[in-house]
Design a protein around this ligand. Structure first.
Ligand SMILES: Cc1cc2nc3c(=O)[nH]c(=O)nc-3n(C[C@H](O)[C@H](O)[C@H](O)COP(=O)(O)OP(=O)(O)OC[C@H]3O[C@@H](n4cnc5c(N)ncnc54)[C@H](O)[C@@H]3O)c2cc1C
Length: 479
């Protein structure tokens, strides 16, 4: 969004309102450089933009949600189910076209620690479980509907240094009522025959806990969309896709945001605007408010991630979600951006790879993952794919017997831009001095895991209900 310029002009953009509206706009927003771009295979062909609004018009809703990733869609769902408010969802592209579509689809809890996000993670996990149960209660199989499978997960470490951390994890998870235990080598072999840790640093260490796997890319999202669309017949729901938000229209008298301007429509919001645009949130908010009297920074950055998906690898199946202990530091690491003001940065400092491995609901092996701060590009970096493959081979020696180039026909690479916050916490709350504009972004590698708690929190804030979790660490002020 570097090429954006801003104009604030007073204009009476809607004759039906007596307020003078100030238009805070992004000129030159047609630059697609920072929008979700697809690479590799075509994705989400089965998520159609049905009910898509194609006309250019003005419409009014109680709530306008900007961004149709997992965060925006679950917020819309929560409003529709927990209130009688009407909701519009707007996206620059189609649902799931951002980070959500690239994710591994796993509700990881195993690597989380007590801290600011803990309550939100535990609450989200409860809500996911309730959601899956509700599907079962309707006589459907959560595996078919959501790709929902309780697999259990393993956090694996090879070195003595990992042992302190794993012991602490067992204690923390057990304290929180989450089953966690060490497995002996023998037990591990039964649980996960393909995993070979070796003994290079001493005792092999493993921690097991119960997590959930979701095929969030298609099945879960489809479910959310279908559930949301049921409210369309009541006139409470509408989708606006391929419509980047370009302006916020503010009341001349109160300064409150009254409408969202997309490339095609003016969408009035009577109660709230929620900005859930993932890694684009920082530049979007900055652009929308630049030159206004409100100085707010949402320092979300795109943190690129590659996943390697191998289809029909029948000889290799995992029973659990696996993650190496090093993932914890990998996620928390503050990599330098190649956009550093101090000039070009060494590639090694801008990228890291640690092993995650799952078998998805379709039986594909999903190997991850990488982290890079290299801007908004979603181009494939083959050197990163090779590093992911090599790292996986260190844990699963049978993979070393296969050549990645021989697997090219059954290979898919997923690339997504995680919404990275330098302090490791998402932003969930109102924009200071714009009390009816809320931001929900910056979930980095945990958007799926934290989605339902985030949605509940946002809706409680807008409705003025008491929150279920302490959301003060996620406020925008001072970030
Ligand atoms: C490789 C990888 C693996 C991952 N694995 C997991 C995992 O196993 N578990 C987990 O919990 N998380 C995982 N994540 C993280 C998770 O995918 C993200 O945290 C989550 O998808 C973020 O969701 P979001 O809705 O905030 O953003 P996004 O999904 O990026 O959605 C943002 C939306 O905003 C839209 N938008 C942008 N600008 C505008 C505009 N101006 N106007 C309108 N719309 C706009 C975009 O088109 C996009 O659809 C993974 C991520 C990656 C990259």
């Amino acid at each position: 969004m570097a090429a954006m310029s801003l104009r604030i002009s007073a204009q009476n953009s809607n004759p039906s309102t007596s307020n003078l509206l100030y238009r805070t706009s992004l000129n030159n927003y047609s630059s697609r450089a920072t929008f979700p771009v697809k690479t590799g295979r075509k994705r989400f062909d089965s998520i159609r933009a049905s009910g898509l609004n194609t006309s250019t018009s003005t419409a009014a809703f109680d709530v306008v949600v900007v961004g149709a990733g997992i965060i925006g869609l679950t917020i819309a769902r929560q409003f529709l189910q927990e209130s009688d408010l009407s909701v519009a969802v707007v996206d620059a592209a189609v649902p799931c076209s951002g980070a959500t579509g690239a994710g591994q689809g796993y509700i990881w809890l195993i690597h989380k620690a007590r801290g600011d996000k803990w309550e939100l993670a535990v609450r989200s996990r409860q809500l996911w479980e309730t959601f899956a149960e509700s599907i079962q209660d309707e006589g459907m199989n959560p595996l078919d509907v959501l790709g929902w499978k309780k697999t259990g997960s393993l956090l694996v470490g090879k070195t003595p240094a990992s042992s302190i951390m794993l012991k602490e994890k067992v204690r923390q998870l057990s304290e929180a009522g989450i089953k966690a235990e060490f497995l002996s080598s023998k037990e591990l072999l039964v649980e996960e025959p393909a995993l070979v840790l070796g003994k290079e640093g001493g005792q092999p260490l493993f921690l097991m806990t119960i997590n959930w796997m979701l095929n969030v890319r298609l099945r879960t999202l489809r479910r959310f969309l279908r559930a949301n669309r049921r409210f369309a017949t009541e006139g409470r729901y509408k989708e606006y896709y391929y419509e980047p938000v370009t302006c916020l229209l503010r009341s001349g008298s109160s300064g409150e945001v009254q409408a969202v301007q997309t490339s095609k429509n003016t969408l009035y919001s009577k109660k709230a605007v929620v900005i859930a645009t993932g890694c684009w949130t920082g530049s979007l908010v900055q652009g929308l408010l630049r030159d206004s009297d409100i100085q707010v920074a949402v320092p979300v950055q795109p943190r690129k991630g590659h996943l390697l998906v191998l289809e029909n690898l029948n000889t290799f199946q995992l029973n659990h979600g696996l993650m190496e202990v090093g993932y914890v530091n990998h996620q928390a690491a503050k990599l330098q951006s190649t956009f550093s003001d101090s000039g070009p940065v060494n590639h090694a400092e801008t990228s890291s790879v640690s092993m995650t491995a799952t078998t998805d609901a379709s039986g594909n092996l999903v190997l991850g993952s990488s982290r890079q701060l290299v801007g908004f590009s979603t181009d494939i970096d083959e050197s990163i794919i090779n590093r992911i493959w090599e790292r996986a081979g260190e844990f699963f020696p049978t993979l070393r017997e296969l050549s990645l180039s021989d697997l090219s026909k059954s290979r898919e690479v997923r690339i997504g831009l995680r919404p990275y916050m330098p302090d490791g916490k998402p932003v969930i709350g109102p924009v200071p001095r714009l009390s009816n504009v809320f931001v929900a972004a910056g979930h980095e590698g945990e958007g799926l895991a934290l989605a339902l708690g985030t949605a509940e929190t946002v809706v409680d804030m807008v409705l003025g209900n008491p929150g279920k979790v302490d959301c003060s660490p996620f406020a925008l002020e001072g970030r």
